[in-house]
Design a protein around this ligand. Structure first.
Ligand code: MLT
Length: 392
């Protein structure tokens, strides 16, 4: 057999796997230490009751012959796609149902969509720092990566480069920096992509956290985006679906390369390699995107934002430069005393038993930075920040 040798270009462990391994090692050696995890962005508030009930009721249907279902449509049930379309409509974006697919979350879809692009033949723009999946999948596919710097100097919001590319990963509100493009900044990316025939793979996982009215909730709010963008949405961080798993992907009909519609290719890909998101999850999607479901999500987000305040208050008090927290669930800050990211990770873990995420794990420009998530409980975040205050 001939293996994909590109895997040798990957880090020894994926960032969150590495953190989990180091955390486990610490717990094994220090079982009595009261550890608090502010590392991976995993939610702690339970599912809204109406969402859980929708999922439970769907399983109940499967228990009875009259309501039992077998295979579902690979691209998503009409009722779930309709719920997504209505959600987009609330932001003024009109979508046709067949432009939407329902899957098990952004992680899979944003990795699986790369099947549409010839391996080893595309120049890919990857922000640095950014969610590590984009770089990893580009490496696996032997694409040529051009990193685009996201630094304090550009408020972590890069502009398009002065050279052409084929694929562009954008994540706004950004993981890890929390920075969000405004309409004008995103329009520049859309114009750039249309001018060079590139596709923007737009990770929109955190849009529901946006507070500021000058920030778009979908790239499709930008004129021209339907000819150059694919958008990925998730219920993980809003409805608490990190365990349940459900998300959606929008591939507009107008998006074509040399006359070939990407929507058709994505449908071919999904109907061939995927059996569709589970029926109960898709009932959960409908409940989560209903008026009551969204109100419950917003309530949870408001709870997580209290944690933002706990974290940023300490950073302000200690005069530490940070970004994020307003339109996103992440706080991105400079490590004190110019410590390296992993050095600060070890320091926090060993001194105050708090796990965070080293900035350099998101890219070379993340060195000397650190990320804390606001997704733990209020009590744990408060306790963690009191401990951190004591050592800064
Ligand atoms: C993160 O912590 O950056 C992500 O939320 C983890 C994930 O969604 O895979």
């Amino acid at each position: 057999m001939k293996l994909n040798k590109n895997y040798s270009k990957l880090e020894e462990n994926y960032l969150f796997t590495e953190i989990a391994l180091r955390t486990k090692k610490f717990i094994d050696a220090n079982p009595q230490k009261p550890l608090i995890k502010l590392g991976i962005g995993d939610v702690t508030l339970p599912l809204p009751a109406l969402v859980a009930d929708a999922i439970i009721n769907a399983f109940e249907e499967l228990k009875h012959a009259e309501t039992f279902r077998g295979y579902g449509p690979e691209l998503g049930y009409g009722f779930a796609k309709n719920a997504v379309a209505q959600y987009y409509k609330s932001y003024g974006v009109e979508l046709q149902l067949d432009e939407i697919t329902v899957g098990d979350g952004i992680g899979s879809d944003i990795a699986n969509i790369t099947d549409l692009f010839e391996k080893g033949a595309n120049t890919v723009l990857v922000p640095d720092p950014v969610y590590p999946l984009y770089k990893a999948t580009s490496l696996m596919d032997n694409q040529k990566i051009e990193y685009i710097a996201c630094t304090a100097e550009n408020d972590f919001l890069p502009s398009p480069p002065n050279f052409p590319s084929d694929m562009i990963y954008l994540c706004s509100p950004n993981n890890p920096t929390g920075a969000s493009f405004n309409f004008e900044q995103l329009k520049r990316w859309v114009d750039y992509a249309n001018s060079c025939g590139a596709v923007i793979l737009y990770d929109n996982a955190y849009e529901r956290f946006i507070e500021e009215s000058d920030k778009p909730h979908s790239i499709f709010q930008i004129e021209g985006a339907k000819t150059c963008a694919i958008e990925f949405g998730s219920l993980s961080k809003t409805a608490g679906f990190t365990c349940v798993r459900a998300g959606y992907t929008v591939v507009p009909f107008e998006l074509k390369s040399d006359g070939v519609p990407l929507n058709r290719m994505w449908q071919q890909r999904q109907t061939t390699k995927y059996n569709g998101a589970p029926y109960p999850q898709q009932r959960g999607v409908v409940a989560a995107l209903s008026k009551e479901g969204l109100a419950a999500a917003d309530k949870n987000i408001a709870e997580y934002k209290k944690n933002s305040t706990l974290i940023t208050n300490v950073l302000k008090e200690k005069n530490i430069f940070y970004s994020g927290g307003t339109n996103s669930p992440y706080i991105w800050f400079k490590c004190p005393n110019n410590m390296g990211s992993w050095e600060f990770f070890d320091f926090l873990l060993n001194e105050v038993y708090v796990v965070g995420t080293p900035g350099v794990g998101f890219g070379a420009n993340g060195e000397n930075y650190f990320r804390l998530t606001t997704f733990n409980t209020y009590e744990n975040t408060k306790e963690a920040m009191e401990r951190i205050r004591g050592i800064l």
